[in-house]
Design a binder for this molecule. Structure first.
Ligand SMILES: CC(C)(COP(=O)(O)OP(=O)(O)OC[C@H]1O[C@@H](n2cnc3c(N)ncnc32)[C@H](O)[C@@H]1OP(=O)(O)O)[C@@H](O)C(=O)NCCC(=O)NCCS
Length: 144
């Protein structure tokens, strides 16, 4: 059972461990940057339950020049493939969709995560230096 909630400062050590497990050195923030990013961003955390509620995944986001941006998402290897990232992304979309028409993210061209983003409705809108920019329309439509 997984519960999604906001980030709590007590989680910082666990979240840093997840960041290290998910991203190789060179593609991740260092510990100091990561702590700063957590403080200045909107972060959702997936907790494993029902007893201990320890963090197993996170999504970091912010608004960049008026458009919400998913800056990072990571899930512990042992907990992948169970829809945690999907739920984290849907949570961010639900939140930002109240006031914004679109949300975007960047993914490395070789990262299979783009299959997930495509399935959730993200579409390529730019490509630069091996990084694919993807965007999803959040504007309400009739019948939605
Ligand atoms: C990408 C990531 C967050 C997905 O988390 P998750 O909780 O397993 O995601 P979900 O269960 O919601 O969706 C799984 C889907 O992700 C996609 N996917 C992501 N990474 C994948 C990989 N390495 N191999 C295969 N499929 C992958 C597949 O489409 C998969 O669908 P499937 O289970 O039907 O095959 C997780 O794999 C991760 O932390 N990866 C390392 C960090 C990373 O690359 N983050 C994205 C940076 S842009």
């Amino acid at each position: 059972m997984y519960i999604l909630d906001g980030y709590r400062p007590d989680d910082v050590t666990e979240l840093w461990a997840i960041e290290q497990e998910c991203f190789p050195r060179g593609l991740r923030w260092n510990a100091k940057q990561f702590k700063g990013v957590l403080k200045s961003s909107l972060v959702w955390v997936a907790y494993e339950g029902p007893f201990n509620y320890y963090p197993v995944g996170f999504l970091v986001s912010w608004v960049d020049r008026g458009t919400p941006h998913i800056a990072s998402i990571g899930v512990r290897k042992a907990h992948r493939g169970q829809g945690i990232a999907t739920r984290l992304i849907q949570k961010a979309e639900e939140f930002y969709g109240r006031e914004h028409d679109a949300i975007n993210l960047n993914v490395r061209a070789e990262n299979p995560a783009q299959q997930l983003y495509f399935r959730l409705g993200y579409r390529p809108c730019g490509f630069r230096k091996g990084i694919l920019k993807m965007q999803k329309d959040l504007s309400p439509r009739e019948g939605r």
